[in-house]
Design a binder for this molecule. Structure first.
Ligand SMILES: Cc1cc2nc3c(=O)[nH]c(=O)nc-3n(C[C@H](O)[C@H](O)[C@H](O)COP(=O)(O)OP(=O)(O)OC[C@H]3O[C@@H](n4cnc5c(N)ncnc54)[C@H](O)[C@@H]3O)c2cc1C
Length: 283
């Protein structure tokens, strides 16, 4: 049976649930919002304690609402109800800032759900998570300041607008940024020839020596972009180490036995899509 996977960003949204309840109820002066938020934070962190894989935002929620419960119901302090907007956002700001300082941006755990382990140490993966966490830190700080300086209704409208922006940014940015960062990295090696100019019969824009999987892929991608390509091969058949030959009804692979990178967002899946091949028909 196929395992149902909750998208990473949805986990961040789920982590907001205790905070939303806290802000709504305490905004109406109802202190039970703190206890309900604490119960939800406990429910969110219990499976993480069992797995020993913690979400920093849920841990912060547990710590904050635990402290708020003790302060409000044991020491009769009203500050966590009265200043719920400022204190809550300031606690989240400290959490986001601390997570960047200790090099564990709080969106890491959520992103790790969407990408295989092979990407987790990739520079672009780390940069993207640092940036998203940095944006959230900015949003949390701006919202804390708004609740400190503006009246409650204005602060609520502006802070929710910023939160909506943060969510949209966290979903769209990881989709667009990897391609942008990779293109930026390769741009320094970029070159161009005039593909529109008509060519003589034996004239080519690019000549590739060797028809292994590298040369063939490169040739296919370049011709798809309009370059006139010639692939030269010394052997009688193409494919290099990624081909096979037959002896007495037995098929022998020249090298490659398995292909990695075929997962959902894997490089080979991307490549096949780019070249118009259907993965399921090939493998
Ligand atoms: C035993 C073995 C098992 C492997 N198993 C796997 C695996 O399971 N999965 C995996 O992902 N990778 C595997 N690899 C690695 C994989 O085979 C290579 O990374 C990949 O095939 C390299 O492709 P390529 O195009 O760079 O070079 P090659 O496949 O080496 O192709 C080079 C081509 O260039 C030609 N050529 C060379 N010089 C000239 C010249 N002067 N003029 C004209 N043509 C020339 C050669 O004849 C050849 O066809 C394996 C490698 C080996 C050796």
């Amino acid at each position: 049976m196929k395992e149902t996977k909750i998208p990473g960003m949805l986990c961040v949204l789920i982590s907001f649930i205790p905070w939303i309840i806290y802000w709504i109820l305490c905004g109406m002066g109802n202190a039970t919002g703190i206890v309900i938020a604490l119960v939800i934070a406990l429910l969110l962190t219990t499976p993480q304690i069992r797995r020993m894989d913690f979400n920093l935002m849920d841990l912060t929620s547990l710590l904050y609402f635990g402290t708020a419960t003790i302060a409000t119901f044991i020491f009769n302090l009203n500050v966590f109800v009265k200043k719920s907007g400022f204190l809550g956002y300031f606690a989240l700001f400290l959490m986001a800032l601390l997570s960047v300082i200790i090099k564990q941006p709080f969106t890491f755990q959520a992103s790790k759900r969407d990408y295989p382990e092979i990407y987790w140490k990739e520079r672009s993966f780390i940069v993207i998570n640092n940036l998203i966490t940095g944006v959230w830190a900015g949003i949390f700080m701006a919202n804390a300041t708004m609740f400190l300086l503006l009246n409650r209704s204005f602060a609520a409208i502006f802070s929710n607008t910023l939160i909506a922006f943060g969510i949209a940014f966290s979903i769209i940015f990881p989709l667009k940024a990897p391609a942008y960062l990779a293109t930026k990295e390769f741009r320094k090696y970029d070159w161009k020839v005039d593909v529109k100019r008509s060519k003589e019969e034996n004239e080519y824009d690019v000549i590739i020596v060797g028809s292994g999987i590298g040369g063939l892929t490169c040739g296919a991608l370049l011709s798809k972009r309009g370059y006139r390509v010639l692939v030269l091969e010394q052997h009688s058949q193409v494919g290099g180490y990624c081909s096979s030959f037959k002896r007495k009804n037995f098929v022998f692979n020249t090298g490659v036995e398995n292909i990695s990178g075929l997962w959902e967002k894997g490089p080979i899946t991307y490549l096949l899509k780019e070249l118009g091949f259907k993965k399921d028909e090939l493998f």
